[in-house]
Ligand binder design. Structure first.
Ligand SMILES: *[C@@H]1O[C@H](CO)[C@@H](O)[C@H](O)[C@H]1NC(C)=O
Ligand SMILES: *[C@@H]1O[C@H](CO)[C@@H](O)[C@H](O)[C@H]1NC(C)=O
Length: 385
């Protein structure tokens, strides 16, 4: 399958570059190497090779001082344009100043031709205290030593942060995530690109057939798709070229990709844990917690008066964020020895098989039979201190 994918991508890339190169009026252009190729409906303003008639309203982009491609949304300002998928009519954007979550809080797509390809709701919190007091993944660019900002999509975390006196809800916003998170995310720094799509103009079909999309004439905004070259090489010569150069090139690619594929497969096989082979690995869409007996089997301990824990700084339950009090029951995850209130972690483990602090998933570790039994955590018991 992978070989085929590589093959087709290369094939279409080959085709689209062939077509674009033969159209004299609206040329495909680029801010610099490795930046997205810009062609209809997009155009780079101030390029003579792309006059106004080469772009659709709302799709103007520019090149900044370091020649990154910039897309300006009317109500949200400038974003770095990371990639354009002309076939699917989608694009990826990020913050040129590398603090995307800050931009997400004020993201407003109205007035632009773009909509979210997929929205996921995140609640932002602003908590007093420094990062270190929490075991969640902070949004570093919005936090400092005195307060920490988190974004979470997990109801458990949202409930516990909402009821914590040291946290305030900043906002609950729909985030046009690049890839949906299938699980509830305890905390994300939301630094991955945003994915947007557009419905007009509908050039995807034309692009997939390696045609050139554009206005039918200067006086209309009707869209057409042209397959023939206007100027450049005659059609026959193009096909001769495609066959003459394309077929050997493709055969070459096919050979190369099969070698790469085999190498990757080899590397994969050597890196994959036995539990993760394709036949037994959990598909990413399954939200799976632990079963009751496993959860019950984790070691519990009742805190003594001194409340001393294995690590001195570890006196806050990272799920409910409250400090441990004497006589409370704590539970330890045996694989990583992180502690939580027993009732907090029980609730968590029903939904998630991984430790909320370090994300180690017990079910992905070698089965307990092959590892020596872990010693019970060294917690002081009432009366021993
Ligand atoms: C978080 O709270 C601090 C102090 O209350 C404030 O200065 C800061 O602007 C807040 N940040 C956000 C994103 O709300
Ligand atoms: C954090 O708070 C302290 C004491 O209130 C203050 O002196 C310091 O400037 C604050 N730090 C930042 C980054 O705001």
């Amino acid at each position: 399958m992978d070989i085929l994918k590589i093959f087709f991508v290369s094939f279409f890339f080959f085709l689209s570059s062939t077509t674009a190169a033969t159209i004299p009026t609206c040329k495909t252009t680029i801010c610099r190497r490795y930046e997205p190729l810009i062609r209809f409906p997009f155009r780079i303003i101030n390029r003579t090779s792309q006059p106004k008639s080469c772009g659709y309203p709302g799709f103007n982009v520019s090149c900044d001082t370091v020649n990154q491609t910039i897309l300006e949304l009317p109500n949200s300002g400038k974003f770095r344009l990371q990639a354009i998928d002309y076939f699917k009519q989608e694009l990826r954007i990020n913050d040129p100043k590398n603090c995307l979550p800050q931009r997400i809080l004020s993201l407003n797509l109205s007035g632009s031709p773009f909509t979210a390809a997929y929205n996921q709701k995140f609640t932002f919190f602003n908590c007093s205290l420094s990062y270190l007091a929490y075991r969640l993944n902070p949004i570093a660019c919005m936090s400092n030593t005195n307060y920490t900002v988190f974004a979470s999509s997990s109801q458990i975390v949202i409930n516990s942060l909402s009821s914590s006196p040291s946290c305030k809800i900043v906002a609950a916003v729909e985030v046009p995530v690049e890839w949906p998170f299938y699980e509830q995310i305890a905390s994300s720094d939301l630094s991955d690109n945003l994915r947007l799509s557009w419905s007009e103009p509908k050039c995807g079909k034309c692009e997939r057939r390696s045609g050139q999309c554009g206005f039918k004439s200067n006086s209309t905004i009707e869209i057409g798709c042209s397959y023939s070259s206007q100027g450049g090489l005659p059609r026959g010569a193009r096909y001769a070229m495609m066959v003459g150069a394309g077929v050997p090139a493709m055969l070459c690619l096919l050979g190369l990709s099969s070698v790469v594929y085999r190498m990757l497969k080899f590397v994969n096989r050597n890196l994959t844990l036995p539990e993760l082979n394709p036949s037994t690995a959990l598909p990413p869409t399954v939200v799976r917690g632990l079963d009751g007996p496993t959860i019950d089997s984790y070691p519990k301990v009742v805190l003594g008066e001194s409340r001393r824990l294995p690590k001195p700084d570890d006196n806050v339950c990272s799920i409910c964020l409250s400090e441990y009090k004497p006589k409370e029951t704590l539970k330890t995850i045996p694989h990583c020895l992180h502690c939580f209130h027993a009732e907090c972690i029980d609730e968590w483990l029903v939904l998630n098989a991984s430790c909320p602090v370090c994300r180690n998933a017990p079910h992905r570790l070698p089965p307990p039979l092959s590892t020596p039994p872990l010693p019970p955590p060294q917690l002081p018991l009432p009366g021993t201190m």
